[in-house]
Design a protein around this ligand. Sequence first.
Ligand SMILES: [Zn+2]
Length: 365
Amino acid sequence: MTDNTRELFNKKCMVKLFPCKGRSITEKVARYPKVLYHSGDSSGSGTLREKSLYPDGKKSVFSLRIDVDETDNEGELSDYLGLFARYSQWITLFCSAGAFVGKERILERVGAAGLDIQSHGYYHYTHSDYTNIYRDLRKAKRFFSDRGFATEGFASPMGKYNDDLMKALEDLGYRYSSDFSFDYLNFPHYPRIGSGFSKVLQVPIFPVCPELLFSAGLTEEEALDYYINAIGLIKECGIPVIVYAHTNKFCGKVVSLLGRLLKTVQEDDDLYKCNLTDFACWCFRIEDRTFSEKYGVLNSSVERVISAPDKSLLGTPFKRSVWAVVKDLIKETGDLEDIVPSEELADSGLKLLLKKTFKKLKHKP
Ligand SMILES: [Zn+2]
């Protein structure tokens, strides 16, 4: 298989290093982009490039995904609302339902601002088994639906992906999900499950968030410059420009950066701006079901209009110590998290005992 081969079967993820302005950040993302980038330059000359796939004949779409993980106090999300309200049609907030317990009025304010609200699960953790994933997603879905928000999109905490997640989403009526451990910098498509494809569309994003850039020491000017350059490169490749950020860290810096970035995007006539749910719905409209059920891709044009993004945007494998890899593996396989209350876990036997011991040890003074 070559780099240009669509890696439908390999769903492994790994930590990759993304260079940014002389520094670098790491993120756990898909090991292989599941894409067939056409060969040739991205300008379209001498390639298979066809006319735009995107609405209004634009070069690409722009959307901002915001993950609302935990709002420790009411101030954090509120600090962003003024900005989000100004660009409400371009933004989807993926909310952890548990973060809004007792703070439902913030959710009402988000809805009143015209923002699209979708699910980031109830607790900020994605299990590795169907039963626990289903429980969490169902609890979140009910929470939002009881407050008047019908969720049909999902973004997995930490971008984590597994086939059971797709199955649980499907069973709960979700139509799309956005998980960068599965894929990133690509056109939406369906994950292969067994001999067929999931019914839940995966919407890949650009996985470098501003919080990581600021953690790496970039100034606001540098971060802005990084994003403007990245957006230009992604757009030229015909890949959807979907940027993501959070609401819980470096608040002042991120709000200010996003404000400047959105203003720049507003002036870019090459980009069709919409929220993630509208983009997913548009994908369903252009979809050829006979084709997508057979190949997982929306229609036969998709792979002819996107080309390979710059290597710096795709990242390179980050070499970790064997111990770090093993530790990670044990933690993930055993679901050794410290987020979901033990009494809500569906496990029994040794796995539950291990989890409870892990939780106890973590809380030991
Ligand atoms: Zn999150």
